[in-house]
Each structure stands twice: as C-alpha cells, then as structure tokens.
Design a protein around this ligand. Structure first.
Ligand code: IMP
Ligand code: MG
Length: 174
C-alpha cells in the first residue's frame, strides 16, 4: 500500500473505550433483554467488540443500510438493503452505529424503528462529528467526539476500503 495513515485512535485506545461503553450498557440493561442492532456495514467490527463487552441477556440483529450517492457526503436518503429477521415490538433496542456525521441516517432509523413499537430505543455510536450536524440526534452512548475529518478503519471505509485496519485514522496519500 502506498498510503500512510495518521492514527487518531489506536487499537488499544478503542478497546479501552469499548470496555467502558460495555460496562455502562451492562449497568443500564442488567434486568432487561436487549436487542443490539448492528447498522451495516460500518458497525460490524464495533458491534462484535461491544457485544462481548456487555454482560446482559442480548441478541444481535443486522440492518443493512446504504446512503444513496457516492463519495464522502451523506445524501440523507437511506435505503434499507437488509432488514431485521425478527420483530422488535416490546423489546429494548440499541442501535449500534460506527459514526454519526450529519445525523441523517440515525434520525431516519429512529423514525422507522419507532413505528415498530419497541419498549425502548437508544443509540450507541463509536464516533461523532458535531461540526457536520444537520439533524441533532440523541446519542445515549458515545465513544469519541472527533473533528471534521474523514476517518477510516475499525469498520469504517472509504469506497469500501480500509475496513480491516485495527485503528481509526485519516488517510494521507503518499
Ligand atoms: P450521517 O447520515 O451523515 O450521520 O452518516 C452516517 C454514515 O456516513 C456513517 O454510518 C458512515 O457510514 C458514513 N460516514 C460518515 N462520516 C464518515 C467518515 O469519516 N468515515 C467513514 N464513513 C463515514
Ligand atoms: Mg455506516
């Protein structure tokens, strides 16, 4: 690879923060049954680690989501490419997102999921870029707040690349 990366969060820093998020979620849901909804594709790495950091009764569901349009701008039009396999009615749902950028994706998913009558719905995001907010959405559990830079790694991609990097960083083209 000719790319260099400036590392924002190392694998160790991410792991430490995920453990903290997991213990907060464990505390809040210890008497409940939880449905973790992994918002694909970007959240697959985060969800795998987060699920193992939560000591509660839970099941995992996967939601395939695609923003229309190419490049690094969210269009705000969210297409569901793969839906949940079971009803979430009367269940406690936690949406797991890699990053909240404009907020349009999560806002859309919250609207959609509320029509399905869950007992509760909350959001866990690894990253948040407040400088780009277009719709303010509640983030109940947040890993890190970042500057307005396009980041990759730990599940996050640029044109489908770099999801496998163990750290979160910014691409610096050589
Ligand atoms: P939003 O709808 O603008 O909040 O965008 C959410 C989605 O855009 C995320 O789930 C990511 O898939 C993608 N995204 C936003 N910012 C970044 C970034 O810095 N790196 C990689 N993907 C991003
Ligand atoms: Mg995503």
């Amino acid at each position: 690879m000719s790319e260099r990366f400036s590392v924002l969060y190392s694998a160790e820093q991410i792991a430490a923060r995920v453990r903290e998020l997991g213990s907060h979620i464990t505390r809040d849901y210890k008497d409940e049954r939880l449905v973790l909804v992994c918002v694909l594709k970007g959240s697959f790495v985060f969800t795998a680690d987060l699920a193992r950091a939560i000591d509660a009764h839970l099941r995992v569901e996967f939601l395939g989501v695609q923003s229309y349009g190419e490049g690094t701008e969210s269009s705000g039009l969210v297409q569901i490419t793969q839906d949940l396999t079971k009803s979430i009615e009367d269940e406690h749902v936690l949406l797991v997102e890699d990053i909240v950028d404009t907020g349009l994706t999560i806002a859309h998913l919250l609207d959609l999921f509320r029509t399905r009558k869950p007992a509760s719905i909350k959001v866990c995001a690894l990253l948040h870029k407040p400088a780009r907010t277009r719709i303010a959405v509640p983030i109940d559990y947040l890993g890190f707040t970042i500057e307005d830079k396009f980041v990759v790694g730990y599940g996050l991609d640029h044109a489908q690349r770099y999801r496998n990097l163990p750290f979160i960083g910014v691409v610096e083209h050589a």
